[in-house]
Design a protein around this ligand. Structure first.
Ligand code: ADP
Length: 310
């Protein structure tokens, strides 16, 4: 399978690196407005490949995307001093208008994988701009938040995160909802498992995990300015589900007709991801406070997306 990446900055190149090292796909093409950057990133990643896989890493302009089954959209512009979030969003929407038109000109059948932030709103905007069916416009959403939630729960319980089933829903951002009430470990409800292994989920443990999931990005940004490795690996995970038609259940964002009464909003829910993109979503059983928080997150995202003039 061939994967295109538009935007060869930190996130796009980290995704390319993760795809190359895992040998998930046969070919990766990097495209950027800054052609020298795309070339440099592709050549740097290509130097790592002989140690790990046989993925071919290329760079080029939009025509080089021909034949790509998935195109990762990681292009974007940074915030100017004093610029509001909405003004920044409008500028990024303009970038995406141009980028998506050019991508679809050369790779009309590709699944678009949106990575640029705010990812849920950018996913909604991309769906509106392209008119593609929502299952073909997938935002990375809370894939990383969910991985971190499982990892922290696994560490507390002393088990592999793979044996923990728990999801972060809603926005990839401040209003996200950790679905504690539906979390399970092994086949048991979380609280029961935790009690049996002598590691109860006290209020203190819950607050510490919630904080660790919610504020992880802030800590990283404080130390190195931005985040890229985690999301790069998350994007590679989503591509693997598509490339291998896994029908894996992943928390990703797509435009969704109805989320607890909020209509046409992109946010994360556990969704089935395979070769055709997203084929279904699941609504976990939620406690009343979680459902209220998810509804609030959905409304906030919808209001923001609706405020962006396309
Ligand atoms: P991030 O940390 O999100 O990856 P970067 O600023 O490192 O952010 O990367 C964003 C990349 O998107 C930059 O390399 C920039 O050149 C690229 N870019 C911006 N606008 C466009 C565009 N219209 N087409 C292609 N690439 C673009």
């Amino acid at each position: 399978m061939k994967v295109g990446i538009v935007g060869a900055g930190m996130v796009g190149s980290a995704a390319g690196y993760a795809l190359a090292l895992t040998g998930t796909v046969s070919r990766v093409v990097l495209v950027d407005l800054d052609a020298a950057l795309a070339r440099a990133q592709a050549e740097d990643i290509a130097h790592a490949v002989p140690f790990a896989s046989s993925t071919v890493i290329e760079h080029g302009d939009y025509p080089a995307l021909a034949g790509a089954s998935v195109v990762i959209l990681a292009a974007g512009v940074g915030q100017k001093p004093g610029e509001t979030r909405l003004a920044l969003l409008a500028r990024n929407a303009a970038v995406f208008r141009e980028v998506t038109a050019r991508v679809l000109e050369h790779a009309p059948d590709a699944i678009l994988l949106v990575a640029s932030n705010p990812v849920d709103v950018m996913t909604q905007i991309t769906t509106r701009l392209t008119g593609l069916p929502p299952e073909r416009v997938i935002g990375s959403g809370t894939i990383l938040d969910t991985a971190r939630f499982r990892s922290l729960l696994g560490r507390h319980l002393g088990i592999s995160p793979r044996s923990v089933h728990a999801y972060v829903l809603g926005e990839h951002g401040d209003s996200e909802v950790l679905a504690w009430s539906s979390a399970r470990a092994g086949s048991a409800p979380l609280a029961s498992f935790a009690a049996q292994v002598g590691a109860p989920i006290t209020g203190h443990v819950r607050d510490a995990i919630d904080d660790g999931v919610r504020n992880a990005a802030y800590t990283i940004i404080a130390g190195k300015g931005a985040t890229w490795y985690g999301i790069g690996a998350g994007l590679s995970r989503i591509v693997r589900a598509i490339a291998q038609d896994q029908n894996a259940v992943l928390s990703v964002s797509i435009a969704t007709q109805d989320v607890l009464g909020v209509h046409d909003v992109a946010l994360s829910l556990p969704r089935i991801v395979g070769a055709a993109g997203v084929t279904a979503h699941l609504m976990p059983d939620l406690a009343d406070d979680e459902a209220a928080a998810l509804m609030k997150s959905a409304q906030l995202l919808k209001d923001t997306a609706d405020a962006v003039c396309l």
